[in-house]
Design a protein around this ligand. Sequence first.
Ligand code: GLN
Length: 480
Amino acid sequence: MLLNQLTILKASKGLKNKEFSSLELTQAVFDEIKKSDGAIHAYLSLNEEGALARAGEIDKKIAANESLPILAGVPVAIKDNILIEGLRCTAGSKILENYVAPYDASVIKKLKEAGAVFLGKTNMDEFAMGSSTENSAFGPTKNPCDLERVPGGSSGGSVAAVAANEAIYALGSDTGGSIRQPASFCGVVGLKPTYGAVSRFGLMAMASSFDQIGPVAKNVEDCRVIFEAIKGKDLLDSTSINLSTSDVDTTSDVKNLKIGIPKEYFAKGIDAEVEEAVKQAIKKLQDAGAKVEEVSLPHSEYALACYYIIMASEVSANLARYDGIKYGYSAINDSLFSVKNLLDNYLKTRQHGFGAEVRRRIMLGTYSLSSGYYDAYYLKAQKVRALIKKDFDEAFEKVDVILTPTSPTPAFKIGEKIEDPVKMYLSDVYTVPINLAGVPALSMPCGLVGRLPVGLQIIGPQFGEELIFEAGLALEQLLD
Ligand code: GLN
């Protein structure tokens, strides 16, 4: 096996046993990037010099027999909306094309302490708005399983990098499915943690009541290792908390696992072959002794509408900061424009600095928050959100985990949905309810439609990450 194909656990073991060095491992990953990334375009910028220097430092520590964390010396790709001090951070937007991060995100600080080697920053839909990575201002990423297809989005670059062995693992962000849906399209594992489990400090805000940073990895165990390294209370993010797993019983025996299947998720709109692959995987767990029962999440049909109102409202507030004064691109410095006054600069900067999807959401969100519409849209959506959360609370009184498809279809063709926003939004139908409820969920591969991977979503109760990992590990073995 080539070094760049290793999992975190194998890479870490090899480093520890001095079978290879971090420098060799990192170089092998950059070799693959140079070979493949011209076609895939997972990365927006590389940190080759920094990464090799850091790998060399870790190698010295290994040579001195220092005891190091699992992630030490293992190369990672970071989504381009997470700040790494001194590196460019664009969020896939022209408005931040030349923005250099002045500090580290809290997750980056943690990874630095763990000895991580940062390969570079990965492509994404502009400000994480999208499901295909086609909304990047810097061109789309391609799905490594089929270059004519999208990798999913918005963390398409992070996921494609891991799937193409251009990284050992990656970080993405998930506001409505942006880690899980691409993980399902590219055949890797991705976790959206419980809201508050991982600090958002240094993540460029999209919709703050949904956003979470999470891991992308080649298997479930790696995902767990990364989650352990990045989770925890951070004084710089008042919504972060220390996970208290003591209230959640875990089980390492499939026979004790109670699995819920929500009937609303196997209704119209789902691709027949996706449904079949997911049901086969569930059957395998059932045959191994897990108890499977139908549950109901009755407000599911309102989730997408509810998400697109609240998310857009938060987007419109969060993106007000990009005004051509505080950060990045400003029309006043653009020779294409003659700017008349301050207001004119605001207008031209935002009109030309943001892409169409971002402007669409800012307008929708501004509308839902404006006086006269606030009660009818924003407030109503918040009430529906509470009902959706209640659906999950009630289901988790009966079962340990809930299993669903991650996405109703496998990866679609580049260009297939980009002209029709509603069609694009529908690819999030199974992932957004999880962000509305704030619960954790993981996507893992469970089969193929032709050569396209199908993702299975394992949803857990709040703080139920361990339960999810146990179920995922069990299923991984059964699918082997
Ligand atoms: N695809 C969804 C959207 O466009 C989710 C995005 C995300 O999770 N960042 O809103």
